[in-house]
Design a protein around this ligand. Structure first.
Ligand SMILES: *Cc1c(COP(=O)(O)O)cnc(C)c1O
Length: 434
């Protein structure tokens, strides 16, 4: 299949070129030229993620040089589960479940996309190719997921830039616990400085001549497409059990996870409503309400991985649904402030025994605000994007107890750290890399 840019450039490229480029040369995002149609009945009885992934992604990779290895790639990328856990204690008539996307190596959903992309990149390398250096700016989960996915892969290296003192101690340990082919830099600046340095590095002639730089940014098609797989598997299982569409509430920032769900529905999977749960960064809810796109500088919130004032994947959503009315019928969006996030974490620990991460709590709050008849009338699934154990500094004071740490995460947090510090300038980054 071919892909083209959301900004209308006539160029058509294949699957692996779209992955290697990340962003289109006209600044747009890659989208597929056509949409395969899927029917819940055509999927295997056993809905293991690699098998669903193979069926869902194969049409996009058809004819591409990655097609022969796709089966190995999905097996490698989907090596952990995305269980759906029913919430007991929801009121009579309510059907509520949680799709837990945090059972991967860094305990956030970004592990799915990062691992798929890394598995693809590795197979796109030829012997003797120069070292591929993945440059990533992060304010939290992305850096850890990308570092974990590329750690110890031959021929590839990762450079992580994060703002010194502006990520939590637990996050910092996940960004610096790698070593080997991963270098982590604490930048004396903000996340915006880190992102600017990465952008400057990509257009710097000296670095481009000496370094084979690439990105594993969340706008990369290779991170977005695999996320449609868990929505397919979850909605098909629900369809088979209950003969109804499953409705999702998705904690959202850059909208990569949400667009994957909407793409899955567009391909025919039995998904009902999709609600975007945003924190106080309300660009998307305001746009759907007023019809005017007004990106803002991001505001810091408790759900920091969603602190995005100008969500990049909105461009994909508007490309799919250019008419505002059609977009409004396809998605709704709600904004939740920090006070409500904290209160929801406390309340649901008490009511359901459930401990949310601050991002998942945004979705839980959106569900609680639905009119009672909407909660009762259909089945809802909250998407849990991270484990609460990644955010003990926020969650523990709210619930007054410690959060159990999953073994894989405990292992990461116990490793020795490797970190270098860096001034927030291109010159400093150049000196560090060359
Ligand atoms: C990245 C992230 C989000 C936001 O996902 P998008 O795809 O950017 O909308 C939500 N929750 C967690 C825990 C994240 O790491």
């Amino acid at each position: 299949m071919d892909f083209h840019s959301t900004r209308g450039a006539p160029e058509r490229i294949g699957f692996s070129t779209a992955l290697l480029r990340g962003l289109a040369p006209d600044g747009g995002l890659y989208v597929p030229q056509e949409w395969p149609r899927h029917d819940a009945e055509q999927f295997p009885q056993e809905l293991a993620l690699p098998a669903v992934g193979m069926q869902l992604v194969a049409p996009f990779a058809a004819g591409d040089r990655l097609a022969p290895s796709l089966s190995d790639i999905v097996t490698e990328a989907f090596s952990f589960q995305a269980p759906v856990v029913p919430i007991r204690g929801a009121a009579a008539g309510e059907s509520l479940s949680v799709l837990e996307l945090f059972h991967g190596p860094t305990a956030a959903f970004k592990d799915f996309g990062a691992r798929f992309l890394a598995a693809c990149f590795q197979r796109l390398r030829a012997p003797g190719d120069p070292l591929l250096n993945i440059l990533v700016a992060t304010s939290g989960d992305t850096g850890g997921a990308v570092a974990a996915a590329f750690h110890r892969r031959p021929g590839m290296a990762v450079t992580v830039l994060y703002p010194k003192g502006l990520v939590s101690p637990t996050q910092e340990r996940q960004l610096t616990c790698w070593g080997d082919n991963v270098r982590s830099f604490a930048v004396h600046g903000t996340f915006d400085d880190c992102q600017r340095m990465v952008k400057e590095a990509f257009v710097d002639p000296q670095l481009r001549a000496r370094q084979n730089l690439s990105s594993a940014n969340s706008i990369n098609l290779g991170r977005l497409l695999p996320q449609a797989v868990y929505y397919a598997a979850t909605s098909i299982a629900h369809w088979r059990a209950r003969a109804e569409r499953l409705n999702f509430i998705i904690p959202s920032g850059n909208l990569g996870n949400a667009v994957a769900c909407i793409w899955a529905r567009h391909m025919g999977l039995p998904i009902g409503e999709v609600i975007l749960a945003h924190n106080a960064n309300a660009t998307v809810p305001e746009f759907l309400q007023r019809g005017e796109w007004q990106p803002r500088a991001s505001r810091a919130t408790l759900a920091s991985a969603m602190d995005v004032g100008n969500p990049s994947n909105m461009e994909r959503l508007r490309h799919l649904l250019p008419e505002l009315d059609a977009l409004r019928r396809a998605v709704t969006a709600v904004s939740v402030d920090d006070t409500a996030i904290g209160a929801r974490i406390r309340a649901d620990r008490a009511a359901f025994g459930q401990i949310w991460c601050p991002h998942t709590a945004v979705a839980a709050e959106v569900w609680a605000r639905l009119p009672a008849e909407v909660r009762r009338g259909r089945s809802w699934c909250l998407v849990a994007t991270a484990s609460p154990a990644k955010f003990p500094e926020i969650v523990e004071p709210l619930i007054g107890e410690s959060v159990p740490v999953p073994p894989a995460l405990a292992d990461l947090l116990g490793r020795p750290t490797h970190v270098e510090s860096l001034e927030p300038t291109l010159e400093a980054l150049r000196a560090a890399l060359v």
